[in-house]
Ligand binder design. Structure first.
Ligand SMILES: Cc1cc2nc3c(=O)[nH]c(=O)nc-3n(C[C@H](O)[C@H](O)[C@H](O)COP(=O)(O)OP(=O)(O)OC[C@H]3O[C@@H](n4cnc5c(N)ncnc54)[C@H](O)[C@@H]3O)c2cc1C
Length: 381
């Protein structure tokens, strides 16, 4: 019988090649990127050179046309060695999905080929007073002649300042709440755009997170990528497709921590034998492996639902993000336990992996919000 759960050969080959690239060109810099809080330029160059920086972009717009499962595998393998670097392909997908889902061909031709070449795309939904309650956003967009004027600020924007392009979700009529919201593309070089100082973060320290300010930014109507009043629906539809990439990131981080812990358990001797010989350690590792595999299967099925735009995508994408990130938090903590004192210091990468993982439970909607999304979209209800 055909193995339903075995990846087809082309995906296995993709995993092998991205793993080799990540180990050779990204892993050597991961610790320095974290310690120095610096942008992972080596990773960016390697990803751009190998067509992995924004592989999800369709081939007619210069990308590799990687489907949702391929994009998951790429992010997973980069996250296995460096969480911050995995935010490059993940956020490029997040930032450009509103354009891919809502834009016309002319708009796609204008920005997507430049994204693939390394110009970067960020996603601007959250504000200081609008996090989980995203539709309370106050960044204001007003008609001005044939175009628009944008004023306000966005908070927590990943890769802000590095990215050239920004999907900005703005309110045109607060009385209409979510139905007053419209989506636009803003460029870093547009007059009136500026950035705050990088946030000082617990983890993902190589990925800059900044505020973005809009001061009378003039936009022609060809910057608009949703119908007027349909920007919030576009922003939510985007998250249905991209929460899966956060699940992938969490799985990669968990796998990285598991690999380090397993190797360590075989090498470290106490009481005259490898600590792997103690059943207590074996059980920790067995649970880690079991939970990683469970998250992987859920996430890969969510990716296939994203690719086919299936009806239950909203449930599955929220479930994969929630399950994988909670799983990864436990697995990375357990990896530290396996390493004992050595896990608590930065000689080994597991403490960095745990700090990076914490964010996967928070962004693209906290795991409390994922549970609300799941409850509203229960399967077979
Ligand atoms: C490093 C980083 C990078 C980010 N990158 C981006 C980005 O690129 N683009 C972007 O737009 N946003 C980004 N975000 C924002 C992120 O999505 C928000 O932080 C997140 O949605 C939570 O919003 P909040 O921080 O305002 O928390 P709040 O909404 O204030 O939530 C605080 C707590 O209350 C809980 N809570 C809130 N409402 C409910 C409810 N109804 N029921 C139960 N519990 C609830 C939450 O789960 C949480 O535990 C990023 C955040 C961080 C930290």
């Amino acid at each position: 019988m055909e193995n339903l759960f075995d990846l087809p050969a082309e995906y296995k080959e993709l995993r092998t090649s991205v793993r080799a690239l990540a180990e050779k060109e990204i892993a050597p810099f991961a610790q320095a990127v974290d310690e120095e809080h610096r942008f992972p330029l080596e990773a960016k160059n390697a990803l751009v050179k190998n067509g992995l920086y924004a592989a999800h972009v369709p081939t007619e717009f210069g990308g590799d046309g990687a489907d949702a499962l391929a994009a998951v595998l790429i992010i997973e393998e980069v996250a296995r060695v460096c969480g911050s670097s995995s935010l490059l392909p993940a956020v490029n997908k997040l930032g450009s999905m509103p354009l891919i889902l809502g834009g016309n061909d002319e708009q796609k031709k204008r920005w997507l080929p430049r994204l693939v070449k390394g110009e970067g795309f960020s996603y601007c939904l959250s504000e200081s007073e609008a996090g989980s309650d995203a539709s309370a956003l106050r960044t204001k967009v007003e008609r001005s002649g044939d175009g628009w004027v944008l004023n306000g600020s966005k908070k927590w924007i990943t890769n802000a300042g590095e990215s050239e392009f920004y999907s900005v979700i703005a309110q045109g009529d607060p009385k209409l709440r979510s139905k007053g919201i419209t989506a636009f593309i803003v460029e870093k070089s547009d007059p009136g755009v500026s950035f705050g100082a990088p946030e000082k973060k617990m983890g993902m320290r190589g990925s800059p997170t900044r505020e973005v300010y809009f001061d009378n930014v003039e936009l022609s109507d060809d910057r608009r990528i949703s119908e007027v009043g349909e920007g919030f629906a576009l922003a939510m539809n985007t998250l249905d497709h991209t929460r899966i990439t956060i699940a992938a990131q969490a799985i990669g981080l968990a796998q990285g921590a598991f690999d380090v812990a397993t190797k360590y358990a075989h090498e470290r001797h106490q009481f005259g034998k490898p600590i792997f010989d103690f059943q207590a350690i074996q059980f920790i590792l067995a649970d880690m492996a079991m939970n990683i595999e469970a998250a992987r299967l859920l996430t890969y099925s969510a990716a296939i639902k994203s690719e086919n735009n299936e009806k239950d995508l909203t449930f599955f994408s929220a479930a994969s993000k929630c399950f994988a990130s909670d799983m990864a938090m436990k697995v990375t903590q357990d990896a530290i336990q396996v390493l004992g004192g050595y896990g608590y210091v930065s000689d080994y990468p597991v403490e960095r992996m745990m700090r990076d993982t914490k964010l996967t439970q928070i962004y693209e909607g906290t795991n409390q919000i994922q549970r609300i999304v799941m409850a509203r979209n229960l399967p077979n209800a």
